[in-house]
Design a protein. Structure first.
Length: 374
């Protein structure tokens, strides 16, 4: 039985990856940070408690800032594969927590690599490092001849998050070459799902649309509506993570859809899932969105209602206007194929958030009363 260790197992990618590996017969170990509140929502369906849990899934308390803790866990697990998915991954917040991001996203990667080396596991353990499209910084002059970013495109990170991840990328590559370790970078472009964190723009959009459709919210605010991203489904991307560690030799890989969509058009797609067409008026920070029509009797929203405005506080100090990836290498060498396109992704996220917000509405309307109000 293969053994895998996943950092960030309670996150979006960690939860989907743990499901995939369990289906493939792995023993899965996951690292989660200690919190005063429960933070295992995304994996509760496969892990309940130590007495009635999945026997092939075990959680460990840990943190990428604690090298002794990481070394102990790796020594105990003796993993065949390590997937380093843990990170402070919110780009805007990274400007406010730059030192912390460098410690976790940059040096945290080093701590894992060094633990594997010191434990003498470099010939046993394969390592996947979750890299990011933010390495490219959206610089137009760095695209390939097809107008995409690929494995050979130069990097130009434009945030503390991107800068920390570029250290993680190069230290992984360095350990691969210096110690002959099977260590790979997966340069992931934006990937979303119903399990995406609530502060990320796509989930912020789908939650707000669901709440507006159900009458729980009047409007919401976003930053740069012109920003374009290469959005895929996290389920497709975690499959590629696994495929990377099954390859014959360690390499670095771009994981992307090859299509780019603006934040504005993502908003349009989300509202169309509830039968609403929008009209955008204004330019830049003065742009607003209004309800043009609504043809779904379940979600009647007033025609002409303003439902979206731009808030300049959501802009980054240095904006990345466009990201689009070229995953030709992954498709030709590993046979990776997408199962979800962007409309599939938006539908999946909207269906989930409509269901979630219906429960919220039920509670607000008095459908549930706590047994003890103390």
């Amino acid at each position: 039985m293969k053994v895998a260790l996943i950092t960030g197992i309670t996150g979006q990618d960690g939860s989907y990856l743990s499901e995939l590996l369990l289906q493939k017969g792995y023993m899965v170990h996951g690292i989660k940070r200690r919190s005063s509140s429960l933070n295992t929502d995304r994996i509760n369906h496969i892990f309940q408690d130590p007495h009635h849990s999945n026997p092939k899934l075990k959680l460990h308390y840990g943190d990428l800032t604690d090298s002794m803790n990481l070394t102990r866990i790796i020594e105990e697990c003796q993993p065949d594969e390590i997937y380093n998915l843990a990170a402070m991954s919110h780009v805007k917040v990274s400007f406010e927590t730059a030192e912390y991001v460098g410690n976790v996203d940059g040096l945290g990667t080093l701590r894992i690599l060094e633990a594997v080396r010191l434990l003498g596991l470099e010939n046993k353990t394969r390592i996947y490092q979750a890299s990011t499209s933010e390495l490219y910084g959206g610089m137009p002059e760095n695209k390939n001849e097809k107008g995409f970013y690929d494995e050979d495109s130069p990097f130009y990170p434009r945030s503390p998050y991107g800068a920390a991840k570029i250290y993680g990328f190069w230290i992984t590559k360095n350990y691969r070459e210096a110690y002959n370790m099977f260590a790979c970078n997966g340069i992931l472009f934006n990937h979303e799902s119903p399990r995406r964190g609530e502060t990320f723009v796509t989930r912020k959009i789908t939650r707000a649309v669901a709440r507006i459709a159900l009458g729980l919210q009047d409007k919401f605010y976003l930053g740069n509506l012109d920003a374009k991203r290469d959005w895929g489904h996290a389920k497709d991307y975690v499959k590629m993570m696994w495929m990377i560690l099954q390859a014959k030799k360690p390499e670095d890989w771009v994981i992307a859809t090859g299509k780019t969509t603006s934040v504005r058009d993502f908003v349009r797609l989300a509202f169309r899932e509830v039968g609403v067409e929008l009209e955008f008026n204004g330019i830049g920070i003065n742009e607003k969105a209004f309800v043009l029509s609504c043809d779904n009797s379940c979600y009647q929203i007033e025609i002409g209602k303003e439902i979206l405005s731009v808030d300049p506080s959501y802009f980054r100090p240095t904006e990345v206007d466009l990201l689009i990836g070229d995953s030709t290498k992954a498709k030709t060498k590993l046979g990776w194929q997408l199962e979800y396109d962007l409309p599939d992704l938006v539908k999946d996220m909207m269906n989930s958030d409509i269901d979630l917000m219906k429960k919220d509405k039920y509670l607000k309307e008095g459908g549930y009363k706590p047994l003890n109000s103390n």
